[in-house]
Design a protein around this ligand. Structure first.
Ligand code: ADP
Length: 380
C-alpha cells in the first residue's frame, strides 16, 4: 500500500460511523477498535482493547459458546457470517450483522481475525413488528372463522322448526292465502339455510376441511336435475335457460352433493347476474381425460381487474353487489375448493363488463384406464 493510500485509510476509518471494525488476536482478544465501533458499542478504545470478544456477546450466547464458535468457523473456512443480538457498554441489546475473516501470514500462520459489524436493530425491530402484526392478523382471522362457524350453526338451528311449523300450517289449512304466505316462508327459509350452510363451508374452507364422499355417477343426470330445479327461477326472471348435454355418458368419481353444490352456485350466480331477457346455457363435454362442466350467461360480465381474483373468498365486484345486494362472496371460493378437492380446476372467463360470463369446472373423467391414478389421489 502506498503511503498516500495508508494516509487515506487512516483518515477515512474514523468517518466510517455505520460500521464497527474490530481486530482480534488468534485467541479472540480485541487488539484494535476502529471506525464506528465506539459509536455502535459505546466502549472507548482504552476500555475494550485486551478484552475477549465474548464481552460483546449476550450472556446466553456466551453460554452456548457462540463467541468461540464464530472464530473457529472463520479459522476453518477463513470466513464466517452471522446476525445476532450483541451487548453495548450500557447493557442495551443491539441487533448486529457481522462477518469475521481469518487473517493469515503469507506462510499460512493465523495472526488474528477481522470482524466488521453493522447495527441493524432498526431492521430487526421492523421485521419483529411485521411478524407481530402477522400473528395478530392470523389470530383475528381465526376468530372470524370461529365466528362465521358459530353464526352458521346458530342461524341454521331455528330454521328446521320454522320449516316444520310452516308445513304443519299448510296441512292444517285450506285457505289459499295461508298457503301463499307459508310458501313464502318456506322459500325464505331455503335462502337462509343456504346462507347458513355457506357460512359453515367458509369456515371449513379456511381450515381446508371440506370432505368428499366419492361415488361413481354420470354428471349428465345431475346437471339435468339441477337445471330443472332452477328453471322456475330463471323463467320468473324472464331468462332463457338451456341444458346442452352429449348423448354419451360422462362418468366421474366424485362427491355428487359437492358437485351439485358447485353447479348450483354457478347457476344461481348466472341467474342472479343476468338481467331480464338474457340467456343461460349449462353444458357438459368430455375433453381428453377430463369432464368439463360449463355455465355460460349473457349477463353483466366481470371486469378484467376482478377476474383473476374471482375465486378468492369474499371477492365481489361492487357493480354486481349494487345490482344484486345480499351475496356473501363465498360461492365461487367454494366452487374452486370443490374443483381442487376433486383433482380438477375451476376457471372463469368474461369479455368484460356487460359481456356475459363463462364458468368452467374441470374434473377427471372416471373410467377404465382413464383417471384411475388421478381419482385415487382425490382426498377423502
Ligand atoms: P356472491 O354472488 O354471493 O357475491 P360468489 O362467490 O358466488 O358470491 O360470487 C362472487 C362475485 O363474483 C359476485 O359478487 C360477482 O361480482 C361475481 N360473479 C359471480 N358469478 C357471476 C356471473 N355469472 N356474472 C357476473 N359476475 C359474477
Amino acid at each position: 500500500m502506498t503511503p498516500q493510500a495508508q494516509r487515506l485509510l487512516q483518515l477515512s476509518l474514523p468517518n466510517l460511523r455505520d460500521y464497527a471494525i474490530v481486530l482480534f488476536d488468534p485467541t479472540g482478544h480485541i487488539v484494535a477498535w476502529l471506525a464506528g465501533a465506539e459509536q455502535i458499542f459505546g466502549y472507548r478504545e482504552e476500555e475494550i482493547v485486551g478484552c475477549h470478544s465474548a464481552t460483546l456477546f449476550v450472556p446466553e450466547d456466551v453460554e452456548l459458546g457462540l463467541d468461540r464458535y464464530e472464530l473457529d468457523l472463520a479459522r476453518q473456512n477463513s470466513y464466517s457470517e452471522d446476525d445476532r443480538w450483541h451487548l453495548r457498554a450500557d447493557g442495551t441489546r443491539i441487533w448486529v450483522t457481522g462477518t469475521v475473516t481469518a487473517v493469515r501470514e503469507e506462510s499460512g500462520e493465523l495472526c488474528g481475525f477481522l470482524k466488521i459489524m453493522r447495527d441493524r436493530t432498526d431492521l430487526r425491530m421492523r421485521s419483529e413488528n411485521r411478524s407481530n402484526q402477522l400473528s395478530a392478523v392470523e389470530a383475528a382471522m381465526e376468530r372470524t372463522r370461529r365466528f362465521l362457524q358459530t353464526l352458521g350453526h346458530e342461524l341454521r338451528n331455528p330454521l328446521a322448526p320454522i320449516r316444520n311449523c310452516t308445513t304443519i300450517l299448510m296441512r292444517a289449512s285450506d285457505d289459499p292465502r295461508i298457503h301463499k304466505v307459508a310458501q313464502t316462508i318456506v322459500n325464505q327459509v331455503s335462502v337462509l339455510e343456504r346462507i347458513a350452510s355457506d357460512l359453515m363451508d367458509v369456515s371449513r374452507l379456511q381450515h381446508r376441511k371440506l370432505e368428499l364422499r366419492l361415488s361413481e355417477f354420470d354428471v349428465r343426470a345431475l346437471l339435468e336435475e339441477e337445471v330443472a330445479g332452477q328453471a322456475a327461477r330463471a323463467t320468473a326472471k324472464g331468462l332463457q335457460l338451456e341444458c346442452l348435454l352429449p348423448d354419451q355418458p360422462l362418468p366421474v368419481l366424485a362427491d355428487p352433493d359437492r358437485i351439485r353444490q358447485a353447479v348450483s352456485n354457478l347457476l344461481t350466480n348466472a341467474i342472479k347476474y343476468t338481467p331480464e331477457g338474457g340467456s343461460i346455457w349449462v353444458k357438459a363435454t368430455q375433453e381428453a381425460d377430463d369432464i368439463l362442466l360449463r355455465v355460460q350467461d349473457t349477463g353483466i360480465g366481470i371486469a378484467p381487474e376482478i377476474l383473476p381474483r374471482i375465486f378468492e373468498l369474499f371477492t365481489q365486484e361492487p357493480r354486481a353487489s349494487d345490482l344484486v345486494p345480499g351475496g356473501l362472496g363465498v360461492g365461487l371460493a367454494i366452487v374452486n375448493q370443490i374443483a381442487e378437492l376433486h383433482g380438477g380446476v375451476a376457471q372463469a372467463r368474461s369479455g368484460g363488463s356487460g359481456k356475459g360470463s363463462e364458468f368452467m369446472l374441470r374434473i377427471p373423467r372416471w373410467g377404465p384406464g382413464h383417471s384411475e391414478a388421478r381419482a385415487t389421489a382425490v382426498p377423502r
